[in-house]
Design a protein around this ligand. Sequence first.
Ligand SMILES: [Fe+2]
Length: 502
Amino acid sequence: MDVDVVARVLSTLPEDDDHPYRTGPWRPQTTEWRADDLDVAGEIPADLDGVYLRNTENPVHPAIERYHPFDGDGMVHVIGFRDGRAFYRNRFIRTDGFLAEAEARKPLWAGLAERPSLSLRDGWGARGGLKDSSSTDVVVHAGVALTSFYQCGDLYRLDPLTLETLGKAEWHGDFPYACGVSAHTKVDPRTGELLFFNYGTDEPYMHYGVVSADDRLTHYVDVPLPGPRLPHDMAFTENYAILNDCPMFWDPELLKRGRHAARFHPDIPLRIGVIPRTGSKVQWFEAAPTYVLHWVNAYEEGDEIVLDGFFQEDPEPKDVGDGGHYQRMFRFLALDRMKTKLHRWRLNLKTGRCREERLTDSVTEFGVLNSRYGGVGYRYAYAATGVEGWFLFDGVTRHDLVTGEEETYKLPPNVYGSEPAMAPRLGSAAEDDGYLITLTTDMNDDRSECLIFDAARPADGPLARVRLPERVSSGTHATWAPGDSIPGWRTAESPERAVGLG
Ligand SMILES: [Fe+2]
């Protein structure tokens, strides 16, 4: 391995930190690395060609009073694969908030579990007063990695190879600065468009928009809702975008007093909104009450739209006294407590009715697919399994949505994974002809590896384990970008020399 330390970032976290989401598997990194020719156990397939990008919170300052796991600064990791070799980079996203706190050497914004009035400066986010750390999600659009924040904010533009922060999405001046953009923008592999939504506390409470393959805002419309809502994800088909109004939202009475307390309303249906991709009229469907954090995919079939996602059987888990203080406080992050199960909603555009069914009894979440099948009929979903009681992933499951069969690879005890990504093999034709990638945090051997599985047989275990220079913090959202979606990928001799995005 050819490795350099690029930078070290000053952390003001306490030496004796005891917060479980800032220690152990969630211990944040302060070092930024450049590593080429990574050491490998096994063999990196020569037809694995592109980059696995993973975002996630990586705090460098304590909270003003009370840290929430979603408050940390965004750090992106990239593991790139080309010609049977691998490279690694990690960088903090140089958000406005990150830079301001680096200068101040202390936290300046109140976090999710704190009163917004504690913020020392004006902030961002649907509820206001937060630091936009762009730490939630990452996609690649128009050759650039875009990071986003689940409470809405800017989209930060990163070079997908070096992870240098290139600035913010501007869309030639049309970026919706007043509301920002939510995490989970969607890239349509056929049109190259980026679909997005945002939400907030002012009417109409939601907007939906489209950005073209050449990075221009081509569509932006109001999506009126009954009040402020907390949508997290969206889906799309060839002709429609799919939005949602889940019955989990800030308590309206407390909101009037400036308090942001999310409550689940089991007597209010889930509403799923279908809007023509370039239209403005939303057709709403009612379904069984739940909160859906993540959808997997959607597609059109006759008069119906088929929509797959994770149904939470218990969106608001009760405190039953399990675990210590922090485990009880953050019980709603544990997949087993929410009982997240793959579910299918069928939305009939003619009758306006929704039929729905649970696809499995297994608890998985953070589902992905071969992105070439985004928005069209597909068969395979891959998702993470969760550690009981904690926000940690301990395996990956392959769901066959036609036969209902599933197979799971469980990581060894004390080894945690990230959201998987499916990387189609170079020249592949079949949907599951490719590789599954995840990034581990190994507490047994104090190291991190990028694992490569055969996507058709993940239970057989990894084909290769690629060693990173340092153990990285556990994390979540990731994406796969094929090499041919990155400018200069094939012609460059090294990842650094591939840079040159105009
Ligand atoms: Fe998410």
